[in-house]
Ligand binder design. Sequence first.
Ligand SMILES: [Zn+2]
Length: 202
Amino acid sequence: MNSIQKLTEYFSEFPGIGPRQARRFVYFLLTRNPEYLQQMTRLIIDLKKDIKICSYCFRFYQDQYTENSLCDICRNPNRDHSMLMIVSRDVDLENIEKTRSFAGLYFVLGGAVPILEKNPESRIRQRELLNTFKTRVDSGELKALNATAEGENTMDYIENILKPQALEQSIKISHLGRGISTGTEIEYSDSDTIKNALNNRK
Ligand SMILES: [Zn+2]
């Protein structure tokens, strides 16, 4: 296997990228000058060093102060710490943040549970979610975002897991996502659609 084929295999593993697009990326890189490639390579090598994972919401964040284990959102005293929104991925969180219509905290599941999945706990941060739920959420409201069909299944799954604990702690669980049509990635939903979904929760 030559370098073009090897690199194509790497890019093919990226979310939403097929082998043809992957190959186009490789040929694009071949047209760049060596400085460009060096800079890009350095960024990739340093990515894991510069980016940390928040010990509460599990989102990726950049922080030069090594003593912090919480991200800027979780550390912010002006945010509503009685509201927790559960989202599938970091991009979902970023898109909701952009709308500035949610002032609570988040939990990033790190994935979704496909319909008929035999090992749902291997797809999402289930243990961490239960832990966060027991230790950090003592009252208030929990929001679950289901922007896709897969997301809907995920949210039904986690609602079942959290229900007994929620009852015990008198926490209300609400579903979001009406207004964001099923099958539409929240990533591609515009600000107004996300705002509507946040306001029209059941
Ligand atoms: Zn955080």
